[in-house]
Design a protein around this ligand. Structure first.
Ligand SMILES: Nc1ncnc2c1ncn2[C@@H]1O[C@H](COP(=O)(O)OP(=O)(O)O)[C@@H](O)[C@H]1O
Ligand SMILES: [Mg+2]
Length: 289
């Protein structure tokens, strides 16, 4: 997989499509292949820990397996953390974090939280997060709010607004980091359903127009199994449901054939609940691909 050598893999997609599941499984695969991996979840509803059989990270970096770590952060925590990482003197840090101007500014400034998230990723792979080792790869389970493009376009936005000081410095570094196809990659996760597929196609288009980048991988998650020729949906409601759902999937797969150029991976809908067993099963499919 071409993602193997990246320092940052941004996993994006509409909420509920399996973004966190894919990020966790990808983390398992890459860690087994010898890379030191951190799965970073930005979501107030923490779920990656369950998928990796670990307790909630509560903002800390937590080892969950050999080579595999996780961290859950709220966007606001990330920004505070970046301020801490950049301003080394306790007294100043408190003054900045407590100041109403900072609070007001961080809520209002477009792209600043997103910028902080990417900045934190960069510090992690550079080994510059105090108390944390250097990571080979950060897998970013991107926030479900907004478009993946707004995350990736954040350095552009922020550099328009802030031209001096530590944030401006970081912005230039982060912009270089995420515009490098050698260093960073983007995985788009979708279901083979009408809305998520439309959004995935739109995301691809926007990435191309605004960032001159293409996603490295499309994951089509939770596909119903292909229907056997002899499946008879006349009198069995379960079979009828399966045939109907699969045909919806196939219609969307055909639409993707038309509008999506590039590598893709299909993952089945598995009869397994959220947890390490599902993560293992998805990882096995990724490894086999
Ligand atoms: N391929 C799959 N087969 C079965 N269940 C899945 C699959 N992918 C995801 N799920 C389940 O769907 C739910 C949503 O997945 P999750 O990864 O949390 O989505 P997101 O992070 O995009 O909101 C979870 O309960 C997860 O266990
Ligand atoms: Mg999630």
């Amino acid at each position: 997989m071409s993602l193997e050598s990246k320092e940052l893999v941004v996993v994006t997609g509409k909420g509920g499509v399996g973004k966190s599941s894919v990020a966790a499984a990808l983390g398992v695969v890459m860690a087994r292949n010898g890379r030191r991996v951190l799965v970073l979840e930005i979501d107030p509803r923490e779920s990656v820990h369950q998928m990796l059989a670990a307790p909630p990270s509560d903002g800390e970096i937590l080892q969950v397996a050999p080579n595999l770590y996780l961290q859950n952060l709220q966007p606001r925590q990330v920004l505070d953390q970046v301020v801490r990482e950049r301003l080394r003197f306790e007294a100043i840090i408190h003054r900045v974090l407590e100041s109403p101007i900072y609070q007001h500014f961080t809520e209002g400034a477009p792209g600043l939280k997103e910028m902080a998230i990417l900045g934190h990723c960069l510090l992690l792979v550079e080994g510059k997060v105090p108390g944390a080792a250097k990571f080979d790869t950060v897998i970013l389970d991107a926030p479900a709010t907004g478009h993946g493009v707004s995350l990736l376009a954040a350095p552009l936005l922020v550099s328009d607004v802030i031209r001096q000081g530590p944030i401006a410095h970081m912005t230039a570094d982060v912009a270089a980091f995420i515009s490098s196809p050698e260093r960073s990659g983007v995985v788009v996760v979708t279901l083979a359903e009408e809305m998520p597929v439309s959004e995935a196609i739109e995301l691809r288009q926007l990435m191309h127009e605004r960032l001159d980048r293409r996603p490295d991988l499309l994951v089509i998650n939770a596909l119903y199994p292909p229907v056997d020729d002899d499946a008879d949906d006349d009198d069995d409601p379960l079979t009828a449901l399966w045939v109907q759902r699969r045909s919806l999937n196939e219609r969307e797969l055909a639409r993707l054939d038309e509008h999506w150029v590039g590598e893709r991976l299909e993952l089945p809908l598995l009869p397994v609940g959220q947890g390490p067993a599902l993560t293992e099963a998805l990882a096995a499919r990724m490894e086999g691909s």
